[in-house]
Write a protein that binds this ligand. Structure first.
Ligand code: HEC
Ligand code: HEC
Length: 345
């Protein structure tokens, strides 16, 4: 298999991986990755919504929302438009990071539009997720009959459609590339468990409490001086975090650690780590409704690069550091996501 195509495939699959938490991964083989809406409130059935596939001559990225919402294409660059085929398909022959980025944005907008219009449920519908029933109960807006018909026709008849991928001559399952980390639930779970040991370490937990007060120390006791989260996470009234927590650590034991952005997650997006089992925490990190609208890629990035996260490893005198370095932690999060973001039950 053409190695350029494999790189393109890996990059495009990476875009879709971000949504694997809220959609069903119905195919994940070398050269073929597909996401499905398990139950569309509007269409009253399952439908494949996005897939990447290596075929003879190019790598195709099929994205149904672009067909459903043609307006999504209004702002497309000329270059990306040139690679478009039919109404929902982009075919690539060369690696182009700018185009991949653009496609990433189109994808985010498209999934959002889908949810808004009721084509995809609002909530996580992966099998591991409890409370899927609530998803189905979501009020269904009246659908335009002609559009529905068009979608069904498209799904069953369009030239660059889902079904043909299995029978295409490229036989994507035949070769396995070392460059593409294939889905591997066991490896993914193991990576998350390693990362969990960091996420629940006091240096991290103390800012991700289940209550509305930060925690302190190795025993994660409630912050003294009755410090409160406040709606923006920066403290209430006179007890603003920045009053005591300076730009940098103050020297000496039991002095407040510092960072220009020292604060808790806000009250409407509390990102609680305290008391969460690995499965609960993994689900939460995957759910854009609970993680501040982040893609999995952004969660990995945040874990590996964020400077507030980095304070865990420069905690000031007398405080322990997490069991892995930040780089190792970032790698585990990367592996968790690349291997399929499995839930460690
Ligand atoms: C000073 C408080 C503070 C400390 C210490 C802290 N965090 Fe956070 N953390 C936050 C805030 C605030 C956010 C929200 C930031 C945002 O959304 O941009 C956050 C967000 C996160 C997220 C994204 C979670 C999500 O659901 O989107 C991760 C992952 C994370 N932190 C990991 C860690 C780890 C690992 C450590 C320890 C090494 C740590 N944090 C230490 C305050 C902290
Ligand atoms: C009145 C001063 C004061 C205010 C206000 C304050 N803190 Fe602190 N904070 C401290 C001091 C002092 C320590 C160090 C305590 C120790 O190590 O014994 C500390 C420690 C912490 C720790 C523990 C760090 C660790 O790794 O164990 C966290 C987390 C924390 N503060 C978060 C916050 C947040 C978030 C806010 C605002 C919502 C805030 N603090 C407001 C004084 C303050």
């Amino acid at each position: 298999m053409n190695s350029e195509f494999e790189s393109i495939f890996a990059r495009l699959r990476g875009i879709l991986l971000n949504y694997s938490g809220s959609l069903e991964v119905s195919d994940d083989r070398p050269g073929h990755y597909c996401l499905e809406v398990v139950f569309s409130p509007k269409l009253k059935k399952a439908f494949p919504v996005a897939w990447v596939k290596i075929v003879k001559g190019y790598v195709s990225y099929h994205f149904m929302p672009v067909y459903l919402f043609p307006k999504l294409c209004d702002g497309l660059s000329k270059k990306l438009r040139a690679w478009m085929q039919g109404k929902s398909c982009f075919n690539f022959k060369v690696v182009d990071e700018a185009l991949s980025k653009e496609l990433e944005q189109v994808t985010a907008d498209g999934f959002a539009a889908c949810r808004k219009a009721g084509f995809a449920p609002e909530h996580d519908q992966s099998v591991e997720q409890q409370g899927t029933v609530a998803t189905f109960a979501k009020p269904v807006k009246k659908a335009g009959a002609s559009l529905l018909l068009a979608v069904v026709v498209l799904l069953t008849s369009q030239g660059c459609q889902h079904q043909d991928s299995v029978s295409s001559g490229a036989a994507p399952g035949a070769e396995r590339s070392s460059k593409i980390a294939p889905r591997d639930d066991a490896a993914s779970r193991a990576a998350f468990l390693a990362a969990y040991s960091v996420l629940t370490h006091p240096r991290c937990l103390n800012c991700h409490p289940k209550g509305d007060q930060p925690l302190q120390g190795e025993d994660s006791h409630i912050h003294l001086q009755n410090v409160q989260r406040g709606s923006d996470g920066k403290g209430l009234f006179a007890m603003k975090c920045a009053n005591c927590h300076q730009l940098k650590n103050l020297s000496g034991e039991n002095m407040p650690p510092g960072h220009p952005e020292w604060h808790l997650p806000p009250a409407n997006m509390r990102m609680v780590f305290e008391g969460k089992t690995p499965a609960e925490l993994a689900r939460q990190l995957k759910d854009p409704k609970l993680n501040g609208g982040k893609t999995l890629e952004q969660i990995v990035h945040h874990s590996a690069e964020d400077s507030l996260v980095a304070t865990g490893w420069q905690p000031g005198p007398g405080r322990s550091t997490p069991p892995l370095s930040q780089a190792e932690f970032g790698k585990k999060m990367r592996e968790w996501v690349d291997r399929g973001a499995a839930i460690p039950e």
